[in-house]
Design a protein around this ligand. Structure first.
Ligand code: NFS
Length: 663
């Protein structure tokens, strides 16, 4: 029996996407949404019970006690599958980080003239973490030394893994005691693949211990290097004003959508699109100008640094093309659906692959080379302009929202403490006093099997009402941006009284956009700083905070979740558990990991459950720290809000409020 197709409203919460899903349906164009409807997930694989690491299988273990042909138990199989997800996710983030380090090296050595160091302070800071002497070195010499030292971390033969010293001392001790300190980034990924090859590590707990080690090399290694070097090359983000959702595409301009992850190429395309010569070229093709928009984490990188509007998140990549207004979609690495090529066949849109690591059959490959970056970027923009005259009818949903992103940890420190006393102290104080009940990191993907953006909307709305500060990255951040939660005004409308006061005082949104998925390392940095600032214990596991990815789908999300747990965080994943079929492995990543590292990983597909478990955890951590019980009625009587209430009082009451009763 054919599965019932969801209506657009059932498939997405986002109005722009609903509009385009209807169009896809009318024009019989396939998308990830319709493919998810017409094909059920394999229930054995989904639950972690299928082993395909050798050709005697795949062995589908459906009963308790059943083993694979080699004798591998369900526990081994599920742990192995999970661990391989961590390895793949970690490899993706780390290879991205390595790419950035090579770009810095090329720039420093003068081979990539279109790049230079934009944030010297950050370069010097990272040099210290990597034991590179700053001295009076010329910038490029320092940049070269930092790039080489960063590259060294990927495969060094001996010595300490340097970035780990950025974690709280107590956390480092825990890692040392458990012997899960990564020796270098690559080795743990390779060893994870080795251990999970047929006939190797066959003890679920032991396999999962190494998954923790491997993931630490992602969060505190590859991802952190990715973030740091992007900041060095392109600037550390600070707030900018922009817009989010497909309504940012322009009817009468050449629209170029950048999609993927690494900022090295997209930064160049953005610059090329501002070149007067190319704008004139666009005009010569009948367009009024060139508009840029972003999809997925490239969108977040370009938004945070350049204010380039967000076109949408993961599930909107095909929908963007359905508008008929995208002249070129330029992709590099990760989260690029092969389906975009097929959708593009119906339109003038050219799909341009650019990474030497990624080709897609049917797409136009214009390989990117840092040494000729701007030249290639200009060719790409020109090709997009050439497509403009071939446009047919367009269908751009009139939906977009204001967003103020750019909350790097450096900016948060500055916003809270000013130039001379930049600090997270006010944040810790606000949590200690109960103005802010706790912090939630709401991150991760979209998933075509769950209603697009819906879980994000539901959990964030509840957290704000409950005075929980929300920090976000990835496609989750794009969801909240589209929902209008990322402006300071959103605090007045949606935040509970205590959180609202804090946001009003600082002038910040109640949901902070902290960047792309590699920028989850910024969240680690904030948590580490909160733990060392004082008042909230002395380790990440003490902080009233929860991490979550309510609509996760990628292996990267599992790696992120694992390094957050390894860092001491309670993590709740939405959708479904990749080890749900195996009780013992579920126990190992929940209670088992909690005993070892203080964090645990749970899965639930119910957003209300995510909220209630999170609030319970936050309150439990508050109690353990001896902080006052959260009381929403205690706050909300200061700042603009109070003035506003005063203004609205009838005259007589105003006098009484100001001067007291005449009696
Ligand atoms: Ni993260 Fe970014 Fe989005 Fe998920 Fe993909 S874009 S790295 S993996 S889908 S958040």
């Amino acid at each position: 029996m054919a599965k019932k197709l969801r209506t657009p409203e059932e498939a997405s919460f986002d109005p722009a996407s609903i509009d385009l899903l209807q169009l896809a349906c009318d024009n019989e164009i396939e998308t990830a949404f319709s493919r998810a409807d017409s094909m059920a997930a394999c229930p054995i694989g989904a639950d972690g019970m299928c082993c395909k690491v050798c050709s005697m299988g795949p062995c589908r273990l459906v009963k308790k006690g059943q083993t694979g042909i080699c004798g591998a138990t369900l526990e081994t199989v599920a742990a192995r599958n999970f661990a391989r997800m961590v390895a793949a996710g970690s490899a993706a983030h780390s290879d991205h980080g390595r790419g950035m380090a090579y770009t810095l090296l090329e720039a420093a050595e003068g081979h990539a003239p279109d790049y230079q160091v934009r944030d010297l302070a950050k370069l010097e800071e990272i040099a210290v973490y990597l034991d590179v002497k700053v001295d009076e070195k010329p910038v490029n010499e320092l940049a070269r030394d930092v790039a080489l030292a960063a590259l060294h971390e990927f495969g060094k033969a001996e010595g300490e893994f340097k970035f780990l010293r950025r974690a709280p001392a107590k956390r480092q001790e825990i890692w040392k005691k458990l012997d899960i300190i990564p020796r270098n980034i690559d080795r743990e990924i390779v060893e994870m693949m080795h251990r999970t090859h047929v006939g190797n590590d066959q003890d679920a707990e032991h396999i999962l211990d190494h998954a923790l080690r491997c993931s630490i090399g992602d969060g505190w290694g590859g991802s952190m290097i990715g973030t740091d070097i992007s900041d060095i090359l392109f600037g550390t983000p600070a707030p900018v004003l922009s817009r989010a959702n497909l309504g940012i595409l322009q009817e009468d301009e050449v629209n170029i959508v950048i999609h993927g992850h690494e900022p090295s190429l997209s930064e160049m395309v953005i610059a090329a699109a501002q070149d007067p010569e190319l704008i004139e070229y666009a005009t010569s093709k009948g367009a009024k100008g060139i508009t840029m928009g972003g999809i997925c984490c490239t969108a977040n990188e370009a938004l945070m640094r350049q204010g380039v509007p967000l076109a949408g998140n993961f599930l909107q990549q095909e929908l963007a093309i359905l508008t008929g207004a995208v002249d070129a979609m330029v992709v590099d690495i990760q989260c690029i659906m092969q389906g975009i090529v097929k959708v593009a066949e119906n339109y003038q849109t050219v799909i341009i692959t650019t990474s030497p690591k990624v080709k897609i059959t049917g797409a136009t490959h214009m390989e990117f080379d840092e040494r000729r970056a701007m030249e290639i970027a200009k060719d790409i923009v020109r090709l997009a302009c050439d497509r403009f005259p071939e446009r047919g009818e367009t269908h751009i949903p009139d939906v977009s929202t204001e967003v103020i992103p750019g909350f790097s940890h450096e900016y948060i420190n500055y916003a809270l403490g000013g130039t001379y006393r930049s600090s997270l102290r006010p944040l810790n104080d606000a949590i200690m006093s109960g103005r802010i009940r706790g912090v939630v990191a709401n991150i991760g993907c979209n998933n075509a099997r769950v209603r697009h953006d819906d879980a994000f909307y539901r959990v964030v709305t509840e957290f704000l009402k409950n005075d929980v500060l929300v920090v976000e990255t990835g496609c989750g951040a794009i969801a909240s941006a589209k929902q209008g939660y990322m402006t300071p005004e959103a605090a007045l409308e949606h935040a509970g009284p205590g959180l609202r006061e804090v946001c009003e005082t600082v002038g910040m949104p109640p949901v902070l956009h902290m960047g792309s998925c590699v920028d989850n390392s910024r969240i680690l940095t904030v948590l580490a700083q909160m733990a060392t600032e004082g008042g909230l214990g002395d380790d990440i596991s003490d902080i009233p905070a929860v991490g979550m990815a309510p609509e996760w789908m990628s292996e990267k999300a599992i790696s992120i979740a694992t390094y957050c747990v390894a860092s001491g965080a309670y993590v709740i994943m939405g959708h479904s558990s990749p080890v749900s079929g195996v009780e013992e492995v579920t126990r190992l990543i929940t209670d088992g990991w909690e005993e070892k590292v203080g964090g645990r990983m749970e899965f639930t597909n119910d957003p209300d459950e995510i909220v209630s478990r999170s609030l319970a955890h936050i309150d439990k951590k508050r109690a353990a720290l001896g902080l006052p019980e959260y009381d929403p009625n205690k706050w909300g009587k200061s700042g603009d809000w109070r003035i506003q209430e005063f203004i609205e009082l009838p005259f007589a009451e105003k006098i009484e409020a100001a001067y007291g009763s005449a009696k």
